[in-house]
Each structure stands twice: as structure tokens, then as C-alpha cells.
Design a protein. Structure first.
Length: 343
């Protein structure tokens, strides 16, 4: 069994609320916020998205997710000493946008520091750009950092993205991913940021990551290979092995699936291939049903929802497995337990 990674606090900022408590109860009750954007599709119809209305008009997608990240960090650190944030390493999963200039780490530190009202050291930041997969990759990296040195008391793991921008919307439309009147197998563009404060110390934790796994999926919508869900099965087996669990030991699933049928087929194949004992119920929780597609933030949004639901008492159980992908071949999975339910 691997070293557990304990979650002490979470933050979430999205169109349904700028705190985890507000956003997660809205997700739980099935609320949505979908409105016409200031963008028009190739069919001449306005594009519908899920966006934060409090922001000033004219912000780029990058400016939007940096602002959301500031809110999520403040939510995570609420009630803690102000100076603690300046002492923490920050591992951040960022949008995978090869068509845009890479955001320099010093620029990110400066802009996020301005958003939270303090100076953040460039050396404290490490970034990954692998979509929602990157959020789980950031958790694994944080665990390695904590095990490598005792001088690091905790790590702030973050993910942020916004698809509310012309470049993202054009790319989604070009690849057939944008939900519209003429395309029912698409997703609603959204935006969000999520943060987890993690350590290897159990005291004061509200949830625990007991396993992290990764896989590669060869069958994609863009090729002709038959889908067998090899990627999510490999990732699930990896995290379940770390957690010393079988999939039937878990109470529910979380997925970053945002609407396309391909990802729901992956989940159906996963269950058919791995579940060897009859379960009366094994629900699939989909934060994207309320949030839309939030890109790189999707994986950590799911973990933030589950952690908040554990604490508030509305989770459909105390043990979960969460899934996220990078939009290409990468698949990742995490075993997440409410504190006290792990064995």
C-alpha cells in the first residue's frame, strides 16, 4: 500500500459559486448556469457556455482562469495564517494549449500573487500542462515532494482552465466537440479552478488519497481502433493496487466526462471488465453535468466535490474512485476516501 496523501482543505471557484461550499451544494442539487456567450458559431447561432458573470467584460480565457485560481486559493487557505501560503510549494495543472505561447512561471507567480494580494516566490511554483490528467499528475508529484523531504509540511495542488475564449471555442467547433443544435454529441464550454491542500499527516484531514494510477488509451475518436477502455482500466488497476482495494470495495465513481458518448462508453467498459462482485448500486457522479467542460480543472473539481460532500454528509458513500483524462491518450485514476473509512 502506498503512502496516503491527506487532504486538509479544498477550494473551488466556478460559475456556480466562488467557494467550494457554495459550488458543491449547487452541483449536488443539479443547478446549472448556461447562457449565451458573446461568440457566434459557424452556423450563425450564439454559442452557449457556463461562465462566471461577475468578471469584467473583455477578459481573455487566460485572465479568467488566473482570476478563478486566485479565488480557489483564497477559499482553500481561508482561516489559516496569512503567511502560510508564502511557505508552501504550489503544483499547478494548467490548460494544454500548444497553439498559445507558454505561460512563464514567473508571470504566473506574479499574476496569481496579485490575485490573492501577496507576493509568491517563483521557486514555489511547478506547472504541468496535461489537461484534467495533469491535476492527478500534480497530486502524484506533490506526494513525491512530501516524501522526498520533511522540510515541506504541505503542498498546494491546483488546476485551472477556461474555455470561454475565441481560440478554445474555435478549436472545439473544428474538432466536433462543441455542443450545438447541429451536434448533440458535444460539450458545453465552462471554466473553473480547484485547489487541494495536501500533506502526509493525518491530523485534521477531511479526506485521503490512498492510490493514484495512470494509463494510456490507444483507441481514440480520431482513429479506427476498437475501444476497450484499456487506459482507464490500467489507471484503475494502478490506483486500486496502491490502495490495496478491489473496485467492488468502493461506493461511487467520479468522472470528468462532459457529454461526449465516447467517455461514457469508457466507464461502461470499465465496469464490465473490472467489477467481479455484484453491487446493488455503483453511481457515477458527473460534476460536468452542472459545470460544463472545465478542461484542466475537471479532475480536481471532482475531488473537491467529493471531499466537500464527505465533510457535509451528502456523498453517496465514503469511498470513491475518480477518473480524468488529457483529451488524448492519457488516463488517470485516484482512490479517495473520507477520513476514517480507510483501512
Amino acid at each position: 500500500m502506498s503512502t496516503p496523501l491527506y487532504i486538509h482543505s479544498v477550494g473551488l471557484a466556478c460559475p456556480l459559486g466562488l467557494t467550494a461550499d457554495a459550488a458543491c451544494i449547487a452541483i449536488q442539487t443539479g443547478l446549472t448556469r448556461r447562457e449565451e456567450l458573446a461568440f457566434v458559431g459557424l452556423d450563425g447561432e450564439p454559442i452557449v457556455g457556463s461562465f462566471v458573470g461577475q468578471f469584467e467584460e473583455g477578459l481573455t480565457a487566460r485572465q479568467r482562469w488566473i482570476a478563478l485560481l486566485g479565488h480557489a486559493i483564497e477559499d482553500t487557505m481561508r482561516g489559516m495564517p496569512r503567511g502560510l501560503l508564502e511557505q508552501l510549494p504550489i503544483v499547478c495543472a494548467l490548460p494544454d494549449q500548444p497553439n498559445l505561447p507558454t505561460l512563464r512561471v514567473d508571470t504566473l507567480a506574479s499574476r496569481v500573487g496579485a490575485a490573492v494580494g501577496m507576493r509568491l516566490e517563483v521557486g514555489a511554483f511547478q506547472t504541468l500542462a496535461r489537461g484534467a490528467y495533469g491535476g492527478f499528475q500534480a497530486l502524484a508529484h506533490a506526494r513525491s515532494m512530501l516524501l522526498a523531504t520533511r522540510r515541506v509540511p504541505a503542498v498546494l495542488v491546483c488546476a485551472a482552465d477556461s474555455l470561454i475564449g475565441a481560440r478554445s471555442l474555435m478549436q472545439m467547433q473544428a474538432t466536433g466537440r462543441l455542443l450545438s443544435v447541429n451536434n448533440s454529441d458535444g460539450v458545453t464550454p465552462g471554466e473553473a479552478a480547484a485547489c487541494l491542500l495536501v500533506s502526509t499527516q493525518r491530523a485534521g484531514a477531511i479526506a485521503v488519497v490512498n492510490g493514484i494510477g495512470f494509463g494510456e488509451e490507444p483507441a481514440l475518436p480520431a482513429n479506427d481502433l476498437p475501444l476497450r477502455a484499456d487506459g482507464v482500466v490500467e489507471a484503475a488497476r494502478g490506483c486500486l493496487t496502491e490502495a490495496a482495494r478491489a473496485i467492488h470495495d468502493l461506493d461511487f465513481r467520479l468522472s470528468d466526462a462532459a457529454g461526449q458518448g465516447y467517455h461514457f462508453k469508457e466507464q461502461a467498459l470499465l465496469v464490465s471488465r473490472m467489477l467481479r462482485q455484484r453491487k446493488h448500486n455503483f453511481p457515477l457522479q458527473l460534476p460536468a453535468a452542472s459545470l460544463g467542460d472545465v478542461g484542466a480543472a475537471a479532475g480536481l473539481c471532482g475531488l473537491s466535490w467529493a471531499t466537500t460532500a464527505f465533510r457535509a454528509g451528502y456523498a453517496p458513500g465514503a469511498r470513491a474512485i475518480a477518473f480524468a483524462g488529457d483529451g488524448h491518450t492519457g488516463r488517470a485514476a485516484v482512490v479517495l476516501d473520507a477520513t476514517g473509512s480507510e483501512r
